[in-house]
Ligand binder design. Structure first.
Ligand code: B16
Ligand code: MG
Length: 212
């Protein structure tokens, strides 16, 4: 059915979403800004600077310059990168590894479509750097999800038409991006309940029922 599957990274293959949360929480606490899990869910799939803008909706102090905002985003990324150093291959479940192997064995091309500029570092840390046929991430796009660019590039890198690809996402912004790009979308976690999700899944291995 699908010639290619495009995987979101954070929240789908690995749970770096918790690490993003902790890093943003430090910034929010330092600035006296309200920040919780609910607000964190709005940041899924959204670029670093756009995430900061969402967090700053609850900031009521003196106006921040672009430079100050960039400094905050950089500080967050430094906290986040520190946390990423603790990631190991154990942070990828056996279920994820086995499912990816089964999809590949069936001749399906697999690629990453992530907004993160830290994607390649994360893939290396968790030992997934040799598994994918292509990686499209925050370093090769100008517009982040819900814009389809990251997935259109991923499809291009594996030489497939968007309609031959399935996107796997945990973020509403990512489901939106897939649909705008002309792909089918499988949603896990919050994204399973998104109206536009074609295939709601409860666990990663469910992908085998959809794609094999
Ligand atoms: P970075 P994904 C996204 O990854 C995260 O969900 C989002 O929370 C983050 O702000 C974004 O990457 C950018 O990450 O700061 O590392 O460049 O879900 O698209 O894999
Ligand atoms: Mg995600």
């Amino acid at each position: 059915k699908f010639k290619g599957i495009l995987f979101d990274l954070d929240g789908v293959l690995v749970h770096t979403d918790k690490l993003h949360y902790r890093a943003w929480k430090k910034i929010a606490d330092e600035c006296g800004i309200l920040f919780n899990e609910e607000i964190n869910n709005l940041l899924r799939g959204v670029s670093r600077m756009e995430s900061l803008e969402i967090i700053l909706r609850n900031y009521h102090g003196p106006a921040l310059s672009q430079k100050e905002k960039e400094a905050l985003a950089e500080e967050k990324n430094n906290y986040y990168k520190e946390e990423l150093k603790s990631m190991t291959p154990d942070d990828v479940t056996v279920e994820v590894r086995e499912t990816l192997a089964a999809l590949k064995a069936a001749g399906i091309k697999i690629a990453i479509g992530s907004s993160s500029k830290n994607t390649k570092f994360i893939l290396k840390r968790v030992g997934l750097d040799d598994v994918f046929d292509a990686v499209s991430d925050g370093t090769n796009i100008t517009k982040s999800k819900p814009d389809p660019e990251v997935f259109l590039k991923a499809a291009e890198y594996i030489a497939l038409a968007p309609e031959d690809c399935l996107v796997v996402e945990d973020a509403v912004a990512g489901i939106e991006a897939a649909k705008r790009g002309g792909m089918k979308a499988a949603g896990i976690g919050d994204a399973a309940f998104c109206e536009k999700t074609d295939y709601p899944i409860t666990t990663f291995a469910d992908l085998k029922d959809i794609a094999l």
